[in-house]
Write a protein that binds this ligand. Sequence first.
Ligand SMILES: NC(=O)c1ccc[n+]([C@@H]2O[C@H](COP(=O)([O-])OP(=O)(O)OC[C@H]3O[C@@H](n4cnc5c(N)ncnc54)[C@H](OP(=O)(O)O)[C@@H]3O)[C@@H](O)[C@H]2O)c1
Length: 335
Amino acid sequence: MQPTLELSIYTLLRMAFIWQLISLAIYLVGTLTIAAFLYDNFKSLISIIKALLEPYFQPQLPQTLLDKFGKWAVITGATDGIGKEYAKELARQGFNLVLISRTKEKLIAVTNEIESEHKVKTKWIAVDFAKGREAYEQIEKELAGIEVGILVNNVGRMYDYPDTLDMVPEDLVWEILIINVGAATMLTRKIAPQMKARRKGAIVNIGSGSELQPMPNMAVYAATKKYITHFTQALERELAEHNVTVQLIMPLFVLTKMNEYSSSVMRGGILIPTASSFAKSAVFTLGKTSTTTGFWTHGLQYFFMKLAPLRLRTLIAHELGRRLRIEALEQKKLT
Ligand SMILES: NC(=O)c1ccc[n+]([C@@H]2O[C@H](COP(=O)([O-])OP(=O)(O)OC[C@H]3O[C@@H](n4cnc5c(N)ncnc54)[C@H](OP(=O)(O)O)[C@@H]3O)[C@@H](O)[C@H]2O)c1
């Protein structure tokens, strides 16, 4: 009997030890996962707080966006929505502007409006980004001699309303691919070298919160925005050693004509800011944080969405897309 009892006590001790090791491993993995999750979610806020405190501890550093990046800002999609409000906010901070968009009359109206309100120089370039390569040749010629301090890659195209891929006109699918992926990529390709050479400048890419998970009924749009996320974050690393800032902005719904297909989105509210409030807040984060939703209530929404597993987020996104599609179709019938 004695050896069996000894063996069983030994076995029990061994099992207890193994169990303790497993518990420790679970504890460590859990702690690391939570730490990584919290870091990911709060790094934007922490870097803003750090940047706000910096002037008190390092007053010798450049403080304004003009000091940090230079005198000229180039903004695409600048005649409406977020791009127009970025232009107005940067003009308010003293930047000379190059506005790039499709419609000449709107470009003239916006540059006149900005020049009447602010003492800055403006220039406009009318191009259709959907035309691909030729648009960039024209922009390159017209930008010759301009030292670009900030490039805001804002232009973007969504479906006219959420729908399944087979129902979206083929031309529109091409446009979305060419504009959403092409414009940010090719303008960065053209303008980053001069920033690198001066060791000064910022590139702001307007992505979208829709990149957080696949978006059935907005499949192409959301996928192009995922491209913007990875493209921007890779460029951020490539250009950091050249002292060029690269920032990713991922807004959720903002009150602009892009969402006119939905009267419920266009009602606005605390979760859906106006383009002006959004742009003021997003410009405030420039130079302070590299990846942000740009607006505090969008940050909160993004945080809570991220708590759900990808599969659940995709199901919710699908349901949202389905409802927005039905609403848009009903709205179309009434008009
Ligand atoms: N609004 C939102 O809820 C939301 C949410 C997340 C992300 N975003 C992103 O934010 C960015 C701006 O969106 P927004 O809502 O402000 O857009 P918007 O109100 O529809 O304005 C789009 C701007 O882009 C210009 N544009 C459109 N197609 C063009 C083309 N082919 N060539 C040249 N310019 C063209 C328009 O010029 P014209 O006036 O001449 O057409 C206009 O100035 C986009 O990248 C979008 O994906 C928006």
